[in-house]
Write a protein of this length. Structure first.
Length: 291
């Protein structure tokens, strides 16, 4: 397999995840400054390349949540409008015993509205709020063998009152044990990652991880994409973009299909779930025509 990265001269490393046979693509350095933790290079081929991926194929979003319209419904029946025109609204889902909800807020940078999830809390001393958006599964929400992209903007707040940054799932379709999962998340060091799970090997997801930590209280953009045999993560598109790519070995069949819903803000409403405590905007899922 072949791995390329950009923003040279940062070093790159490929590590096998402990406890599973997945591939984790990361770059090394200082975790709280510009980069993440250093890892030893594996025996897989590593190649430094500066060429960007080909232009994305024509297509449109199958889901688009831009949060410019107020939350719809009332009480326990709130939902977010899908602005793609496909009517895949995001149902606000909370446990029956939980008062934690979401709130549509104005962005401080005056670029419209966003959706704010509950504030961080100390999970060791209290039952933290759990809430997410859910769009029910349908066949045309699965990319299968086709190219696709998931993009969004997110803001991580400064923890208060003893709360700490935890691993948080921002958007996903499928769970960790699902061979057709894709997922956008960040770890306790605030490094975002894209996970693509397809049958390269049994139980072997590919995770692309950005080298630098997210700044707290600052908006960042994130895009996870599959184009042909290249998987990619791009953090903060434009000047200063961090880009990680993974080249799928020749002959490997890629089919990213799950019968689970699209989730934004967390994997479920249980207390052990990786809840997102922050603000999200412009959530878009694009699936492109077959080549």
């Amino acid at each position: 397999m072949r791995i390329r990265w950009h923003r040279s001269p940062i070093a790159a490393a490929v590590a096998i995840l402990g406890g599973c046979s997945g591939v984790d693509v990361d770059t090394g350095g200082d975790s709280d400054a510009a980069t993440g933790s250093q890892a030893d290079a594996s025996t897989d081929t590593i190649d430094a390349g500066d060429e960007p991926p080909d232009a994305a194929p024509a297509g449109g979003p199958v889901i688009l949540y831009d949060f410019e319209e107020p939350l719809q419904g009332e009480g326990a029946n709130l939902f977010v409008l899908d602005e793609s025109g496909n009517e895949r609204n995001g149902i606000v889902t909370v446990p029956a015993t939980n008062a934690g909800m979401v709130e549509r807020v104005a962005r401080a940078d005056r670029s419209g509205s966003a959706l704010q999830f509950p504030a961080p809390c100390d999970a060791e001393t209290q039952a933290c709020p759990r809430v997410h958006l859910a769009a029910q599964d349908s066949v045309d929400l699965n990319p299968g063998p086709r190219d696709f992209a998931v993009s969004l903007e997110l803001l991580v707040p400064e923890p208060e009152g003893g709360a700490t940054i935890t691993e948080q799932n921002v958007a996903q379709k499928g769970n960790f044990d699902d061979p057709g999962q894709w997922k956008l998340e960040f770890d306790p060091m605030r490094r975002v990652s894209c996970t693509f799970h397809f049958p390269m090997e049994p139980g072997a997801p590919v995770t692309l991880r950005a080298p630098r930590a997210l700044g707290v209280g600052v908006w960042h953009s994130m895009r996870c994409e599959r184009r042909g045999n290249v998987l990619s993560l791009r953090l903060d598109e434009g000047a200063g973009t961090d880009s990680q790519t993974f080249e799928i070995p020749e002959g490997v069949e890629v089919d990213i299909t799950s019968d689970r819903p699209v989730l934004v803000g967390g994997q479920d409403t249980g207390q052990g779930a990786d809840q997102f405590y922050g603000t999200v905007d412009n959530v878009s899922i694009e699936i492109f025509p077959a080549r």
